[in-house]
Design a protein around this ligand. Structure first.
Ligand SMILES: [Zn+2]
Length: 227
């Protein structure tokens, strides 16, 4: 059975307003444009990943649409959980973002965050982090796996948890039912400012992210076959 990969880009249009996420003047022309926003760039690397996976028989893909009129991510989480339950086989939810911190220092590592009580998601996160560390070596020093929870001590970790909080559970006849075949991670593959330069430089960086994620997913898929 193919692996269902559900992509959901963070930020973007929400309830009639655009949440740009992080922004950076990538082409250094002094103007912040829409294509220099996290919401746009995350969609691009997830689209590149989806295009790659769609050529491989081992995967089936589903992109959470932007048309959801949802100020949070709950509708996307619900859609993903329903799609995974209908699929029945292994399923993956990827919440796509770009790293950004205030200040002058670039964030030097990729982060792949998972719900800290999900061992299956942690294994997937490890493989994705390894793929990103290799393909994005020119952009980040390392890739880290981070377990996050609703009550994590750090606000940053609680924000990451918010991006996957409703993935993997469904409401059926008033009861909460788990979707055990669905793993969920949040991707912060590089600092948005690492994509600065010409359009070709930006494209190269986004492709490096997509390549790393594809490698990670393939490596993880191989572990499923071993079982
Ligand atoms: Zn974000």
């Amino acid at each position: 059975m193919p692996i269902l990969v559900i992509t959901d880009a963070g930020h973007g249009p929400k309830a009639g307003r655009l949440d740009p996420g992080a922004q950076a003047d990538l082409d250094r022309d002094g103007i912040l444009q829409v294509d220099e926003q996290e919401q746009h760039l995350s969609r691009r690397y997830l689209a590149a990943l989806k295009a790659r996976l769609d050529t491989l028989a081992a995967f089936q893909t589903f992109a959470v649409p932007d048309s959801l009129d949802d100020p949070g991510y709950s509708d996307g989480h619900r859609l993903a959980s329903d799609a995974a339950a209908a699929h029945g086989g292994p399923a993956v939810y990827l919440s796509g973002h770009l790293n950004a911190l205030a200040g002058d220092r670039l964030v030097e590592h990729a982060i792949v965050a998972h719900y800290d009580r999900s061992a299956d998601s942690a294994v997937l996160a490890e493989h994705l982090a390894r793929g990103l560390a290799r393909s994005c070596a020119g952009y980040v020093r390392s890739a880290q796996v981070l377990g996050v929870a609703r009550n994590s001590a750090a606000a940053y970790q609680r924000r990451l948890h918010y991006c996957i909080r409703g993935v993997g559970v469904r409401q059926v006849d008033g009861r909460t039912v788990e979707v055990p075949n669905l793993r969920a991670v949040v991707l912060e593959p590089m600092d948005i400012r690492a994509l600065a330069g010409t359009d070709a430089d930006t494209e190269r960086g986004l492709q490096a992210i997509a390549d790393g994620l594809a490698h990670g997913l393939l490596a993880w898929a191989a572990t499923l076959e071993d079982r």
